[in-house]
Design a protein around this ligand. Structure first.
Ligand code: ZN
Length: 190
């Protein structure tokens, strides 16, 4: 699954009805010392918390080239992205990153160290990317990708990158590669 990168579903006002009993919820600050408005059920008292979601992905590379996928889905149809998507309940971060890489690019990789973590408070998401060495240059893009291609730094379609977190991660990758050592980059977008 790819990610949506939209704030609309992350807001407490997006919850209309109690998940326990179905009663219409109220938006208010709970009485337990909380400081934020939550969707609170007036019937059963359930407080619905909404917290940031984790998006896991990879920087698949082969020599001085990085694999990008051209999105076959909205939003950002036709724009280029690194393989990434929402983490599932039964997996670790690196497992989710490898799964998304297989699903979206059909690429076989050896997952390396964590490379970037990017908080995106505006949409309530944290994106993390692992370095991932490609085992070969044969890909099989899934239904969410129009194509998957290798790019060197000069060839990256910088104006056609789907998301700021992908653009920042790619910039850091090529900067680090030039310096000859890869770090861990903890960034905030927006
Ligand atoms: Zn309720």
């Amino acid at each position: 699954m790819s990610w949506h990168y939209t704030a609309s579903h992350m807001h407490h006002r997006a919850i209309k009805h109690c998940r326990q009993c179905g009663t219409a919820v109220h938006s208010r600050i709970p009485d337990d010392g909380d400081t934020r408005e939550r969707a609170v059920c007036p019937a059963c008292g359930t407080i619905h918390y909404i917290n940031p979601l984790l998006v896991v992905g990879t920087v698949p590379y082969l020599g001085d080239q990085v694999l990008l996928c051209k999105r076959a889905i909205e939003p950002r149809y036709g724009k280029w992205t690194l393989p990434a998507g929402f983490m599932e309940m039964d997996e670790a971060m690196d497992e989710g990153a490898a799964r998304e890489t297989a699903e979206e690019a059909g690429a076989e990789v050896d997952i390396g160290p964590l490379f970037s973590t990017l908080s995106v408070p505006r949409v309530g998401q944290v994106h993390v990317f692992y370095l991932a060495r490609l085992r070969h240059d044969r890909f099989n893009p899934g239904t969410e990708s129009l194509e998957a291609c290798l790019f060197d730094e000069a060839g990256i379609p910088w104006d056609e990158i789907a998301f700021p977190t992908v653009r920042e991660t790619l910039r850091r990758f090529f900067d680090d590669r030039r310096r000859g050592s890869f770090g861990l980059h903890d960034l905030r977008i927006g």
